[in-house]
Write a protein of this length. Structure first.
Length: 501
């Protein structure tokens, strides 16, 4: 008889049940466990809880009699309910905590990871060959492109260049409130969503489980059918305009031309190879320019894959890295997503988007939310947990390298070559958020001093000695010596404290 196979809630696509090549037995019975303890331990965004549960229940409905779907307090209890002491297989989970759990349970055989492009062993061999140093994303990305033949013409990158970033960093069109891109795919809720919402209401009412954020109509795919429809719509109608403005921000157009596929990829509803193959086909057919296609391919075959591999390569101690010795707790207004308490328009707009949808694109995440946390000296582990809980596409493997390494520079430069933070000038150049703000991006002191501008100089001053050996910071640190009002900037920044900016 076929050994049953256990599906976690982020392993929901058909490729997680495909037999052969390290997969489960052909036609294996399936076990799925919905564990309430996950939501009891941490205060997740309610839209995220809704999406995950809806996706799991939709997958169970698709599998029909093949699946034993158990609702239990813990995974351990649910697995025992489903199987007693029987054997089960499971694909390598996406978090260290889940891997520890499955490795400790008797009768569980862990199969290779799926849903990614590069096996762990291949990445480790590459990284060890570099002594774990200078693991540049660009170098890894090119290896993935070559190894999988992605966007390649023989040995030459399609379009003649590996990297089209120089064409993909345009500020938003002047005077435009919206990019004018075709609307993204939006799913229609069904009876499964209604059941999930009733259960979440009951958990809050009767079991003391608490959420943050708002749970409006579901915005992201919860089934394979919906995810494929979202992928098709992006490739056919939105990809062509994606590249040039992928780093730009418009207050009234938070989605712009972004794919909104990250949650579907991270739930396992889509496989990364089918996403990049669809984008490449669009370029080869003349439906999308190479810079837009390469920018999208880079996000998946480059950055997503790189972050996944670093999560496992850097080890468990990585989550405790705090090279800048930041220990300030996250303030209540941030924890509660209280956008109405914030005066700074850029931060208020972004926080409201997270509150209302559980999503915002990568630039507001890094250069607004993350940059503010870095400037204020918030504890990087707490910032990582916040991003994990508050974003619909947030998982431990996603957020740990992205926040500890990229956003908070807590690893001291192991992942990135410099801290990613800026003054208000960058926000002003790449967005329309500063025009009607109460603050002015060029002002360092006074009632209209931009919190990001003042915070930037305060951050550089605080860590000057630590960053002085970094050649990429030489110009920024040199700017400190030219500030005649640095003392007042620092005093004002201290007076502002932890209150909402």
């Amino acid at each position: 008889m076929a050994t049953p196979h256990w599906l976690f809630g982020d392993q929901l696509g058909p490729h997680f049940l495909a037999a052969g090549d390290g997969g489960p037995d052909r036609g294996a019975p399936v076990v799925m466990v919905e564990a309430r303890s996950v939501f009891r331990r941490r205060r997740f965004h309610r839209a995220k809880a809704h999406l995950v549960l809806s996706a799991m229940r939709h997958r169970a409905a698709e599998l029909g009699d093949r699946v034993r779907y158990v609702r239990a307090e813990t995974y351990r209890e649910g697995l025992h309910q489903a199987l007693g002491g029987g054997s089960v297989t499971v694909h390598h989970p996406t978090s260290r905590a889940a891997l520890r759990l499955v490795s400790a349970l008797p009768g569980v055989t862990v199969l290779p990871a799926r849903g990614f492009l590069v096996p762990h062993e291949e990445f480790r061999a590459w990284a060890d060959g570099l002594d774990g140093q200078r693991l540049r994303q660009e170098d890894f990305y090119r290896r993935v492109r070559r190894g999988h033949g992605i966007l390649m013409d023989g040995d030459v990158p399609a379009g003649g260049h590996w990297n089209h970033d120089h064409d993909n960093r345009e500020p938003p069109p002047k005077g435009a409130r919206a990019l004018g891109a075709p609307a993204p795919y939006r799913p229609r809720e069904d009876e499964v969503d209604e059941e999930v919402r009733r259960d979440l209401d009951r958990w809050e009412r009767e079991e003391g489980i608490r959420f943050v954020g708002r749970d409006g109509p579901r915005l992201f795919p919860a089934s394979r059918r919906e995810a494929l429809a979202a992928l098709r719509r992006f490739v056919e109608r939105r990809l062509a305009g994606f590249g040039p403005y992928e780093d730009a921000v418009l207050a009234a157009d938070p989605v712009m031309s972004h794919s909104l596929l990250s949650s579907s990829l991270n739930l396992g509803l889509l496989d990364p190879l089918e996403c990049v193959a669809g984008a490449e086909s669009a370029w080869r057919s003349g439906a999308a320019p190479v810079n837009s296609v390469e920018g999208f391919v880079r996000q998946i075959a480059g950055w997503r894959e790189y972050v996944w591999q670093l999560y496992w390569y850097f080890g468990e101690d990585y989550r405790r890295r705090n090279a800048l010795e930041h220990h300030a707790p996250l303030p209540e207004w941030f924890l509660e997503l209280d956008a109405d308490a914030v005066t700074a328009r850029c931060l208020a707009t972004t926080l409201a988007q997270v509150r209302d949808t559980g999503w915002t694109h990568h630039v507001p995440r890094l250069m607004l939310l993350g940059s503010h946390a870095l400037q204020r000296g918030w504890d990087p582990a707490a910032v990582t947990d916040w991003f994990h809980r508050c974003f619909v596409d947030g998982y431990d493997w996603v957020m740990l390298p992205n926040v500890v390494g990229m956003s908070q520079y807590a690893d001291g430069g192991r992942m990135t070559t410099k801290p990613y933070t800026s003054g208000g000038a960058y926000v002003h150049r790449m967005s329309d958020l500063c025009g009607s703000c109460a603050y002015r991006p060029a002002d360092r002191v006074g009632d209209r001093a931009c919190p990001f501008t003042a915070g930037y100089w305060s951050f550089l001053h605080r860590h000057r000695a630590r960053l002085s050996d970094n050649p990429r910071m030489a110009r920024a640190l040199g700017g400190l010596d030219r500030l005649t009002d640095l003392g007042e900037v620092l005093r004002q920044d201290r007076r502002r404290g932890t209150g909402p900016p």
